[in-house]
Design a protein around this ligand. Structure first.
Ligand code: AMP
Ligand code: MG
Length: 501
């Protein structure tokens, strides 16, 4: 068996960054899901983290019952603003970093167990995760990856054979997930709150080395670091907005400095389009509503900039000015990225001054008519300019049916067709481009809930596996899978999602 290519770096930062902690063993672990493709991609095939050949050993590792050679498990320290209130002491309360590997493609990858027992950062929590949120995170993060969204990935799920106490007793689960970094905005805040400039610098150097090596060749690498993190987050959140994703808990401890979507708690994709939609049961004031995500992104990055101030320039006023300029670029980058992505969704390969108005008009009509976000764009991507082909007519009918007042979309289609007529691409070429960015399968909340219910209540994982399989090819129509395209029936609507902590 090949050794796991561990090359642990975070642990070299020093004691103030983590507490070495082993996962706690569980009773009766069962491997529910293993991500063979990802294991292969990372170069884990043939190691004890490969479930294919070494089932019992890998299960023991994913359950935290066995520590693989070369792992140096630890819980990371971090702080964070939770719903706007600063908590100087959070940290991995139920997650443990097994170690880091050098992946095949040259990137560094963190491997983490979540739900693997108490740590020094657990506060009143049990360090465990219920199976439901673990299944949700697996489905969501893997769907995001297939939709081309930067995200942590899921490597494996085990059930623990133990129950966790939430509102009721629930089966426990552990997810093994990977990231190009688990360093969060809140990690910087942890040291900023302790006024430890030395630690902030160490952490920044670590993040630059791992995630932003190009920053090293800039005049001030920390300025380049902040600029790059701002850019990645602006683009990431624009991408969320284009697929109707609502993170749900955009606390600064849930924002990765690597620009990946992280910590899938009470998150969801919207069905019908509502700009102000909130899902999370703990988000009573709608702080993390769909429409607020771009501005919350900036709010969080402003907290990061504050923590980095001592590194940006020797003179504080100058440092603040540099930070201000970088933060100002966020909105510009976000808007450019959003507009570029929305043009793609609408099939516009050229730019015209009225494009934004055309897009806004569509969104406005979608909101006023409760149309399904995903299907609106999917059906749109099947239409032709002259509307005479059978396929175009069929899809236009389906599109109209999504709108309470079908005339509303019909009027808009007139404008869209006039605009499309000025495009250089023919119908076929345009449709192919549109279909490559407008998915027909997204992880719909009612489907996730159904999969969780079957797993938790009846130990039946077939719905989970089915849903996961469909989401592997989100842009491709799959025979016999139409059910997975559809929004919920009224009795299937899930109004709220819970983080299950
Ligand atoms: P989250 O809401 O999952 O982002 O978690 C926020 C903070 O609470 C983090 O420090 C977590 O480690 C901690 N936490 C959440 N759930 C638990 C749990 N069941 N046991 C211990 N700590 C937890
Ligand atoms: Mg978190």
């Amino acid at each position: 068996m090949k050794p796991i290519p561990f090359n642990n770096r975070y642990i070299k930062l020093g004691k103030e960054f983590f507490v070495e902690t082993c996962p706690q063993s569980v009773n009766n672990p069962q491997l529910i899901k293993f991500n063979f493709d990802l294991a292969e991609e990372l170069g884990l095939a043939g190691t004890s983290l490969d479930a294919a050949d070494y089932l019992s050993q890998s299960t023991a590792i994913f359950a935290g019952n066995q520590i693989p050679d070369g792992a140096e498990p630890l819980a990371m320290a971090y702080a964070g603003h939770q719903f706007g209130h600063f908590n100087p002491q959070l940290g991995d309360g139920r997650a443990i970093l097994l170690g880091e590997i050098d992946a095949l493609d040259g990137t560094y990858i963190d491997i983490q167990l979540k739900g693997s027992g108490r740590t020094v950062f657990s506060r009143n929590g049990d360090g465990r995760a219920a199976l439901g949120p673990v299944l949700r995170e697996y489905l969501l993060s893997e769907a995001m990856a297939k939709l081309g969204v930067p995200t942590t990935r899921a490597l494996a799920i085990v059930t623990t054979g133990e129950e966790v106490a939430r509102q009721t007793l629930l089966p426990g689960g552990i997810i093994t997930r990977i990231a190009t970094s688990f360093v969060r905005v809140g990690t910087f805040q942890f040291f900023s709150a302790r006024e430890s400039v030395e630690a902030i610098k160490k952490l920044a150097d670590f993040v630059i080395e791992r995630n932003y090596p190009a920053a090293k060749s800039e005049g001030n690498a920390y300025v380049a670091l902040l600029q790059s993190i701002v850019e990645r987050q602006a683009v990431l959140i624009a991408t969320w907005m284009q697929i109707g994703f609502i993170h749900g808990v955009m606390n600064t401890d849930n924002m990765s400095v690597a620009g990946e979507t992280i910590d899938y708690g009470p998150c969801a994709f919207m069905d019908y389009y509502d700009h102000d939609q909130v899902y999370s049961s703990i988000d009573r004031n709608g702080r993390y509503a769909y429409s607020n995500q771009p501005s919350i992104g900036l709010w969080n990055l402003t907290r990061l900039a504050e923590a980095l101030i001592p590194l940006l320039a020797e003179d504080t006023d100058e440092a603040v000015e540099i930070a201000r300029e970088i933060l100002q670029s966020y909105t510009v980058i976000y808007e450019q990225s959003w507009l570029a992505g929305m043009r793609e969704k609408l099939g516009l390969s050229t730019q015209q001054p009225d494009d934004k108005a055309l897009i806004d008009d569509l969104l406005h009509r979608m909101a006023a008519n409760g149309s399904d976000f995903t299907l609106t764009f999917y059906y749109l991507s099947q239409l032709s300019v002259d509307a005479t082909t059978a396929s175009s007519m069929k899809h236009e009918k389906l599109l109209r049916a999504l709108f309470a007042d079908a005339d509303q979309i019909q009027q808009w289609l007139l404008k869209w067709r006039a605009r499309i007529a000025e495009e250089p691409l023919d119908d076929h070429a345009r449709q192919i481009r549109m279909q490559a960015v407008n998915p027909l399968y997204i992880p719909r909340n009612h489907q996730i809930e159904a999969a969780i219910r079957a797993a938790e209540d009846a130990d039946d994982f077939s719905l989970f596996h089915d849903l996961h399989e469909v989401l592997q090819k989100p842009y491709e129509r799959q025979t016999g899978r139409d059910l997975y395209m559809l929004p919920p029936e009224p009795d299937e609507v899930v109004e709220q999602t819970f983080c299950g902590t």
